[in-house]
Design a protein around this ligand. Structure first.
Ligand code: PMP
Length: 359
């Protein structure tokens, strides 16, 4: 064996710099998992049934064109079917969006802190992440994001509402931003938490995309629709972008279980949105209780709340674990706590109250 071969295959040196995706810690049987922004409700019987029926033929490949779901989504959003591209979770679609637009030497802009996959998928494509700090009020600093644009900018992620803060960008601001971005840069409005929004001044990305060829909307079935484990998300984009997404996607990347459960979920939307409303009510209860305890809590429009804890972050997360709830720490910054079952939320509130007294 030659010396070089003994060292194994040559991997791209740039992989060394890619941060590892840190999923929310799994909870033991006796703990509540409030660390991954999942939907705490079990699948609706009709949705489960659709997945079980699809499982009966998992010896076959799924419909690669995702035909039935695409037609259903096209009707629901009143967009051409050609404008819809699905993938294995919206993170899978986001990865295809980056690899469709950016490569070595190119730049991808996003707010920071935001969804932790943005810098990862940017670097996987060999491109350079350009994180732009949130404002002191935890908002996207859209002026700074505009100022960060260079001739190498190929894509900009706008996370609305933002993960992990929950803060949403309102219409005037977002429209002004979109109008200022050069038309050859793709702007991805990531609306993973869209269904939890209640601020009417926040625009629907689908309306913004219609007359802007460089705007694309990202949605998921993982959160409000409760299909996180089945991995299915989609983009709505004008035809050149949607076509590029289909080219760069992993073939057969969305299972038939996921496709059929997604169709069943859309048909059961009324029942699912009742659950979403209950989570929104619970979000308001948590925020009010935290404010009463003396915390500063930004107005989250998503299915989680954000507490800035700075150096005490890890300690707070450990106190939560000890009490039986798993939250998501971002060491040195804060914790994100998903809205879960009332009993789990209550444990979090009691922990927060006791911890507040130590600050
Ligand atoms: N976008 C945002 C803002 C998210 O928070 C997440 C999940 N944490 C995703 C996309 C990806 O979700 P999924 O791949 O499950 O659709």
């Amino acid at each position: 064996m030659s010396g070089t071969a003994a060292q194994g295959p040559r991997l791209r040196p740039s992989l060394d710099g890619i941060p590892t995706y840190r999923p929310g810690k799994p909870a033991g049987a006796d703990a509540f998992k409030l660390s991954s922004n999942e939907n705490p409700y079990e699948p609706l019987p009709g949705v489960l049934e659709a997945a079980v029926v699809a499982a009966g033929s998992f010896n076959r490949y799924p419909d690669m064109a995702v035909g039935e779901l695409t037609a259903e989504l096209a009707r629901r959003f009143d967009v051409p079917a050609e404008h819809i591209a699905t993938g294995p979770g919206s993170v899978g679609v986001a990865q295809s969006l980056v690899s469709s637009t950016a490569g070595p030497g190119d730049e991808v802009i996003f707010a920071w802190r935001s969804f932790e996959a943005y810098p990862i998928i940017t670097q996987v494509a060999g491109a350079t992440p350009v994180p732009v700090p949130l404002t002191a009020g935890e908002e996207h600093d859209l002026d700074a994001m505009l100022a960060a644009i260079t001739p190498r900018t190929r894509l900009i992620f706008v996370c609305n509402p933002n993960n992990p803060t929950g803060v949403a960008i309102r219409r005037d601001e977002l429209v002004r931003f979109l109008d200022a971005v050069p038309g050859d840069i793709l702007v991805v409005v990531d609306e993973a938490y869209r269904e939890f929004l209640r601020d009417e001044q926040v625009p629907d990305g689908v309306e913004l995309y219609r007359d802007r060829p460089n705007v694309c909307v990202l949605r998921t079935f993982s959160k409000a629709y409760g299909l996180a484990g089945l991995r299915i998300g989609f983009a709505i984009a004008h035809e050149p972008v949607a076509t590029a997404l289909r080219k760069t996607a992993v073939p057969f990347g969305v299972s038939q279980l996921a496709q059929d459960a997604a169709v069943a979920s859309l048909r059961a939307e009324d029942a699912l949105m009742v659950r979403v409303e209950a989570l929104v009510v619970e979000r308001a209860r948590l925020r009010e209780a935290l404010l009463a305890q003396g915390w500063t809590v930004v107005d989250s429009q998503a299915n989680f709340v954000w507490l800035r804890l700075g150096e005490r972050t890890t300690e707070f997360a450990e106190a939560c674990t000890a009490a039986g709830v798993i939250v998501r720490p971002f060491p040195g910054e804060g914790v994100r706590v998903s809205i879960g079952e009332v009993a789990g939320n209550d444990i979090f509130l009691a922990t927060a109250e006791a911890f507040r007294k130590t600050l």
